[in-house]
Design a protein around this ligand. Sequence first.
Ligand code: UDP
Length: 679
Amino acid sequence: PRKRVTGDTVEERLTANARERILPARYLLRDEDGGILETPAEMFERVADAVASAEDDPETWSDRFYETMTGLEFLPNSPTLMNAGGPLGQLAACFVLSPDDDLDDIFDTVRQAARVFQSGGGVGYSFSDLRPRGDVVAETGGVASGPVSFMRVYDQMCETVKAGGKRRGAQMGVLRVDHPDIGRFCVAKREEDSLENFNVSVAVTEDFWAALEADDSYEIYNPRTGDVHEVSEATAAFYNASRADADPRAVPENVWRDYGDDVVGVDEFRGDLVEVGEPMSLPARFVWRLVVDGAWRNGEPGVFEVDRANREHAFDVDTHPGHRIEATNPCGEQPLEDFEACNLGHVNLSLMAAEDAPLWSDFEHGGDLEARVEAFLAEALDVERLDRVTRWGTRFLDDVVTVSEYPLPEIRETVADRRKIGLGVMGFAELLVQLGVRYGSDASVEVADQVMARIDHVATATSRELAAERGRFPRWDESKYAHPTRYASWFRRHTGEDPEDWADGFPIRNHGVTSVAPTGTTSMIADTSGGCEPIYEVVYFKNVGRDVQGAEPLVEFDDYFLRVLAANDVDVDAVEAEAKRLLGEGEFEGAHSLSVPGEILDLFPTARDLPMEAHVRVQAAFQANVDGAVSKTINVAHDATRDDVADAYRLAVDLGCVGVTVYRAGSRTAQVLTTKPEE
Ligand code: UDP
């Protein structure tokens, strides 16, 4: 059966979870005493009006924005739904604020980030400019405490501020792989309660990959001097403590020696890794083991392909180093310049199957896959609707840039100059089910590629039309769009246009238009699968915070799964009762525990059923067709080895992903989505 949103009123179109729990807890405006001031329909009206106020014809556009949001075809990121037309007025989800190497700026950034959290945004930071632990501090004659110890201050601030805000403050901490403290950084989250309010990613460089390939060492730089780091005593003590013969009592806090037999990097490095006073280099294999070991233990650090992000950036950072990107937002979908913010919106692909769409099995005979999928999608997709939602969504997000307020003047200026937006998708997995395509199959990868390419090109064309109507982004002259033939392959990739047709420059309103976000809460409001992720599970508990769920965890059935069962004459009530009973007894081991026909289960492969390659290939197909990046978790089985995790990272990087997160099932105790109730 097709997914369709039915119901005459907005209330009827929403699920009970959305209507009664999620929207009241976090989105509907409240008065000073906490009383709810609006209905869901009024919320959408407020947002549509506020955003359309940027238009010359606000009535027409407000109606369109209202229609597309209440049809659940398109939703903006949470801060826009919460704050548009409200007292806070800050509408973006993504920020990057990177501290400079001085105490004032480190603490100014703490204050700035607190302001962002209050408005529901998340912040990424590069800590790569901070001098390493043990380095000189000229003013006091003392020694520096290093990025990781400052991160603990940020972590505490985030922990404290989150109680006041509407949702958890999310933070991303990035450190370059050639920073002297990279070892400390990689192991900083070993203990589960440390840096709890941070995701951490290592910014990996091409020099690093080359060294890893050659099993060689690579140079480590001190950001204070810009030169190769001269090993301090603190640095030497830390790294050399990892040697097999090191005295365990000399091991500083958090070092891997404490962790029993499955330590990394010990046996191979019997001599001193680094010597005090020498120019510093590290064996790439050693650092790589730390990254992989951390990811295997509890999903972090992730990997951020910083050189690739800069190559794909709309500005040539070799000629315009001021535009260099060092970090991403918390979930990784937006590499951003310092002080840049970005707002996101998502096309609900689960509603884009044509009324009379054929099934993929009708096209599944041999021959060129690309051509077959193209012919298939021409019939299976409601292309007109997809294009309209993409155009309206792009316009909506550009309006958000105009009407949003920002917590700092630096952010306001940076955003006004660049106007980056992030249009993406949700419901990809549910679209596939309707088309009869199995997530992770060759056909699904091709579908991902073609659908996202279409969205990207239509969004780009819309941004070009907006440039004609409203002007290009002010920094356009500095961008690659001003010189399509000079950056021909980049230009083709990001616009789908022939550079020769635009030799005098390609006018565009936004320096980036697409990315794929997790859509953690927005996909729940739209009642579909998140971002480009597979269906997580056909039934699960959802731990979303007590304000939403009360004392009881939400039991969430994939309601589309239930509809497919019903359409195939399966007794849905019996299946629900069976699932609830198994969950309650802690015996639920996935959809396969249920009495459901195998052909149906085949179309609902869940995150944990899929092989690692399926996750990676889908992510790479989306990445190839966005300006920013893709937020996706590569799930691997609980019994996956460190080598399996390393393979997942390498495959993702080889296939062109910009950010990679690998998560081994059950490796954290607190998970947002789980099939076991919280203790
Ligand atoms: N984000 C945040 N706090 C959260 C969830 C998300 O600050 O609790 C930010 C973060 O920058 C993330 C972005 O919002 O990368 C998009 O996340 P998602 O799509 O899950 O947010 P939604 O709009 O669905 O709530």
